[in-house]
Design a protein around this ligand. Structure first.
Ligand SMILES: NC(=O)c1ccc[n+]([C@@H]2O[C@H](COP(=O)([O-])OP(=O)(O)OC[C@H]3O[C@@H](n4cnc5c(N)ncnc54)[C@H](OP(=O)(O)O)[C@@H]3O)[C@@H](O)[C@H]2O)c1
Length: 346
């Protein structure tokens, strides 16, 4: 453990992910939460909404100069200039938004429909999916923490695609369910208690911006993903059910073995031998739980001529606010600042 605590600020501390970050940083033995700030210039936050014993402060760049790191829990569009300013002041940056997730400026601009204000930083940014980018994250100044849905889907898909077990000529169907905190704290009619409680529905079908992110990081170019997000009547957690076509002759046990190879020794990914992941076991943890099954293994199922399964069903569960946001960001920050990766996350 380093002798002096590393000094860290959270901008956007009033949001769901920001609050989660503040709580985890306060509990981290090697970090000092030096500032928990709004990310808007000239705004004095009126709600002391933090889960830690300190006030939410207005944005003050003078207090950010000289810090070891800044975490941005701010929306896409707002994050990019904040990251550039914090880097200029000498801090390392973990951005939870999508602003630096695509290594390709043109792709970001097509997907998000805005001009990137700092294209010069895009190439330098490292995608913060720790299980696949550990060494690059450790050496990075700027890390883009992955989106919540992409984290759950890519952790399931990538080892199987890299092991060439999945037929990429068939679409991959990612049927994903999230609690309402995935949309952030801004109120809207669709997220009102009366619309969410006792209800369940799909949204942004075929249009969600996490689909291109999943395709980019799925493990091979040419993966085509049909992504259908759903809103669960609960606050936190994502359960993704992913339907894939295996390559001819590939078996479920080979797929499970590919996961086990990819995640051997990983603190935060658990591969189920039997049974199914469920939200109650991952919520408030930084864990991703994975399971795989043959989708037509029921007694009496008629198999195709080659006797092969047609569809595999992968299930992946995470807490969107931890492994899908603040927890994964802290995993990255630990690596960037030289701490043990799981510090503050167990
Ligand atoms: N929620 C999740 O599950 C999740 C998962 C992965 C990644 N993320 C990403 O993490 C970031 C934060 O998400 P969240 O769910 O915590 O959102 P949130 O609850 O809506 O909080 C957003 C935060 O950003 C601030 N903010 C909003 N618009 C701003 C602007 N134009 N300029 C400066 N600050 C602004 C808000 O401040 P005010 O209090 O002043 O409004 C608030 O502190 C987003 O980029 C989101 O995509 C979220």
């Amino acid at each position: 453990m380093n002798a002096l605590p590393k000094r860290v600020a959270v901008l956007g501390a009033s949001g769901y992910a920001g609050q989660e970050l503040c709580e985890r940083i306060e509990a981290h033995p090697g970090l000092q939460l030096t500032a928990a700030m709004s990310a808007r210039e000239g705004v004095v936050p009126d709600e002391p909404a933090l889960p830690v014993d300190r006030p939410l402060e207005p944005l003050d760049w003078k207090r950010i100069a000289g810090l070891d790191a800044v975490l941005l829990a701010t929306p896409h569009g707002a994050s990019a200039p904040l990251a550039a300013r914090a880097l200029e002041l000498g801090a390392k940056v973990v951005d939870l938004s999508a602003d630096y997730r695509f290594g390709d400026v043109a792709r970001y601009e097509r997907v998000y429909g805005v001009e990137h204000p700092h294209p010069e930083l895009v190439e330098e940014a490292v995608y913060g999916l720790v299980e696949f980018e550990r060494d690059r994250i450790a050496g990075a100044r700027l890390v883009a923490a992955p989106g919540c849905y992409p984290t759950s889907v890519v952790l399931a898909l990538r080892p199987l695609i890299e092991a060439q077990l999945i037929e990429l000529s068939a679409p991959i169907v990612a049927d994903c369910k999230s609690g309402a905190s995935g949309a952030g704290k801004r109120p809207s009619a669709a997220l009102h208690f009366g619309s969410v409680q006792d209800n369940f529905r799909a949204y942004n079908v075929g249009q969600h911006r996490h689909a291109p992110e999943i395709e980019t990081y799925a493990g091979a170019s040419g993966a085509r993903v049909v992504f259908v997000p759903h809103l669960l009547p609960c606050f936190r957690g994502i359960l993704s059910t992913i339907y894939v076509q295996p390559k001819p002759g590939a078996s479920v046990s080979e797929a499970r073995a590919a996961w086990e190879r990819a995640y051997r020794g990983e603190a935060f990914v658990k591969v189920f031998e039997r049974g199914q992941p469920e939200l109650s076991r991952v919520v408030r943890t930084n864990q991703c739980h994975l399971a795989i099954a043959d989708g037509r293994a029921f007694p009496g199922a008629e198999v195709d001529a080659a006797g092969e399964a047609v569809t595999w069903v992968l299930t992946s569960a995470i807490d969107n606010l931890l492994k899908g946001a603040a927890g994964q960001a802290l995993q990255c920050l630990n690596l960037m600042l030289g701490f043990e990766e799981a510090e503050g996350l167990r």
